[in-house]
Design a protein around this ligand. Structure first.
Ligand code: ADP
Ligand code: MG
Length: 685
């Protein structure tokens, strides 16, 4: 048992030098614990021995064969050697080539039998295996089995990470068991260290399944325990502000439109919370374009009217500035002072703003997460709102929650998730849903097209722009092969800029740009100086450029439906008709069906449900789901059953032992507070 060393930095491990430390850091791996809980994304099945005559180019194969030609050895200069020979299994023969492993040479005798694993490469018409994994045939079990494939980052090889983790497991680092015997029995879950071994070095498909079940359960269970604990804290200790005057007619009179029924209902729910003496902890879910900003504005108006300050926090500078511009229009007419504080605010201005905030000269502060930093002091904050809360993640939400002593908290999100899920993922919050779009919105027309229609799409873009409209073109960027995707996106940008639309201004936005540069591009787009913006998904959730009516998405099949829906929500924000074109090279039935959902529905909740249905719980390996808390293994869309079970288990514990005083919950408490320590500080120690 070496559990104390779990905190040790990976830099002290054998075979981990400074470069690899950097790679690991990129993957969020800092400690031995992080490494042990860095789980494979999938497994390669290396169980079936393939006949050489059945080889196909580019496939990975396990095979057994005898060396049938005398190995030829070439040395070229220092440290470079090349050995090649043929291997036969009686069905056919194949060439094996080995670079720079001359120590192998003495083992290579004609007629000796080996087991190999490697990739079949087509070398000018004949097959060749280069640098295979190779063992004497008696040791074939070293090759066979399910081989873990880890999510990687540029420069890091799968073999390296597999080896380092495997060595750790050999050393028998033990993770603490947080699930009591009774929970493990009740939900048929295996022991943690067995799970750890099996997830990295599985014996069978079944044991992978068992290990995953256990680890996913634990992840979900711990999160829910933390959320429920927080909710308990709020109920038990937090007395809220009682806002007496909740009439907001004066504000609505200024609006150029009528509030929708759903907006009014949600505002009512908020007012009920605000006027009670319990503190508010409410989530407003509303589809893109459903008008959440105004709901937030009205809540802030009421807070100010009752003599308190309010703040609105957005995930990016662009969004914060956008809210500021829009809301200032109303608040200035009501004699309410609003200020904007972001990373771009100059030091001098920042100091002035902070001073005024402390004196109570500012009523409403809008900004980025700079707002939760320690030196921001309100005179008397009554309400804190977070917009696009999913971008901040569960932990930040907890932090914010711990900060506001008895202030009311409202969080808003445009990521619709099915209600059953929401109840668990947001179990610390009450929920309101804006399920209606403002009147008069023309539904966005959505099309799925393949490459053949590319020219027609380009002509269509041209027509819209000549009418004075603007377009977004979004390219996928998946972190795993970031470099490659960025190159692809750059090519697409250059193609549009130089070949297809040389007569227009085309801008480019991607995550590697400096914040300032991004803002500049976005601003020129807002000002209409740039007509087309090519971007990776960094175009922000919530960006509002009503004149943009075209959303073109390249390789749309690579995005989740929730993300597609979010992206589409960037258009259709005015009385002009808007369009979304989903381009794809994948015309499989499954893909067409999935993208077809986007064509049929404009409703985020419906899309989320359908997506869940279509993907089903059968989907073995996780996909990163935007907007939901990030897990190492769990996938909220596909692990619904485990989510439900872990929710039951967490509730049972909280009911029986809310402060984790029972001896059987001692390890659990330690781990829970270890993982969520900042957020759960106030609970009884
Ligand atoms: P989201 O919910 O996506 O944050 P916004 O709050 O940005 O949506 O609202 C989108 C647009 O709809 C804004 O331009 C806003 O002024 C407008 N809007 C909000 N409520 C209404 C309404 N009841 N009727 C008409 N337009 C509205
Ligand atoms: Mg918004």
């Amino acid at each position: 048992m070496k559990s104390l060393i779990l905190d040790e930095n990976v830099q002290y491990l054998k075979g981990v030098g400074p470069t690899r430390v950097k790679h690991f850091e990129k993957l969020g791996i800092r400690t031995v614990y992080d490494l042990l809980t860095y789980f494979p994304r999938e497994y390669e099945d290396r169980n079936n021995i393939k006949k050489i005559q059945d080889f196909m180019a580019d496939e990975n194969v396990v095979f057994v064969g005898k060396i049938c030609t005398r190995p030829q050895i070439r040395r070229k200069g220092r440290g470079f050697s090349l050995t090649y020979f043929y291997v036969t299994d009686t069905t056919a023969r194949v060439q094996v080539t080995i670079f720079n492993q001359s120590y192998l040479n003495e083992k290579l005798e004609v007629d000796k039998e080996f087991a190999f694993y490697g990739k079949v490469e087509d070398n000018k018409g004949h097959f060749e295996i280069v640098n295979p994994v190779m063992v004497e045939v008696e040791k074939i079990d070293k090759i066979k089995g399910y081989y873990p494939i880890y999510p990687l980052t540029a420069g890091l090889k799968n073999g390296h990470i597999a080896k380092i983790i495997s060595e750790l497991l050999d050393k028998k680092y033990a993770l603490p068991e947080v699930l009591s015997n009774s929970i493990r029995q009740k939900y048929a879950l295996c022991e943690i260290n067995y799970a750890l071994e099996q997830i990295h070095r599985p014996n069978s498909i079944e044991s992978i399944g068992e290990a995953r079940k256990r680890l996913i359960f634990e992840e979900l269970f711990m999160l829910q325990l933390a959320l429920l604990t927080m909710r308990n804290q709020n109920f038990a200790t937090k007395k809220g502000i009682k806002f007496k005057d909740t009439n907001y007619d004066e504000f609505t009179k200024l609006l150029p439109f009528e509030l929708t029924g759903a907006q009014i209902r949600v505002i009512d729910e908020i007012m009920t919370d605000m006027s009670s003496d319990k503190s508010m902890n409410r989530l407003v879910q509303g589809d893109v374009g459903s008008g959440k900003t105004i709901v937030a504005a009205i809540a802030m108006y009421v807070a100010v009217k009752n003599g308190y300050q309010a703040s609105l926090m957005a995930p990016t500078t662009i969004l914060a500035a956008q809210h500021y511009e829009e809301l200032k229009k109303y608040f200035s007419k009501l004699n309410i002072t609003v200020e904007l504080l972001t990373g771009s605010t100059t030091k001098k201005n920042k100091d002035i703003i902070l001073e005024k905030l402390k004196n109570g000269e500012i009523d409403i502060l809008i900004g980025t997460n700079a707002l939760v930093s320690d030196n921001v002091e309100f005179k008397n904050a009554g309400l804190i709102i977070t917009d696009e809360q999913h971008r901040f993640g569960v932990k930040q939400r907890m932090k914010l929650n711990a900060k506001g002593e008895n202030t009311d908290v409202l969080v808003m999100t445009a990521t619709p998730i099915p209600r059953t899920l929401a109840l668990m993922v947001y179990s610390d919050l009450d929920m309101s849903i804006i399920d209606e779009l403002p009147k008069g919105r023309i539904p966005i027309k959505t099309y799925v097209v393949n490459e053949k229609l590319e020219e027609r799409v380009d002509n269509f873009i041209k027509k819209e722009i000549d009418k004075g409209r603007q377009a977004y073109i979004v390219c996928p960027l998946i972190e795993e092969n970031e470099e490659l995707d960025l190159t692809a996106a750059t090519n697409i940008y250059e193609k549009y800029k130089n070949e297809i639309f040389p007569e227009y201004e085309v801008g480019f936005l991607h995550g590697k740009m400096k914040k300032k540069e991004k803002e500049q591009v976005m601003q020129s787009f807002k000002d209409g100086k740039v007509q087309i913006i090519v971007s990776t998904t960094v175009i922000e959730v919530g960006v509002n450029v009503p004149n943009a009516t075209l959303m073109i998405i390249e390789d749309a099949d690579r995005f989740g439906l929730a993300t597609l829906h979010q992206l589409r929500g960037r258009v259709g924000r005015s009385t002009f008709e808007s369009f979304c074109v989903l381009k794809t090279k994948n015309m499989s039935q499954k893909c067409r069906e999935r993208l077809g959902i986007m064509v049929k529905s404009n409703n985020g909740f419906e899309i989320a449900e359908k997506d869940l249905e279509l993907r089903g719980p059968g989907d073995f390996f996780g996909i990163r789901q935007h907007g939901l808390p990030e897990f190492k293994l769990a996938n909220l869309l596909t692990d619904v059953k485990l989510l439900k079970l872990s929710n039951d288990a967490a509730k049972e514990i909280i009911m029986k032992d809310p402060e984790f005083k029972l001896p059987e919950n001692k390890v659990l408490k330690q781990e829970l507070f270890g993982r969520y320590n900042e957020q759960l500080l106030n609970i009884g120690t």
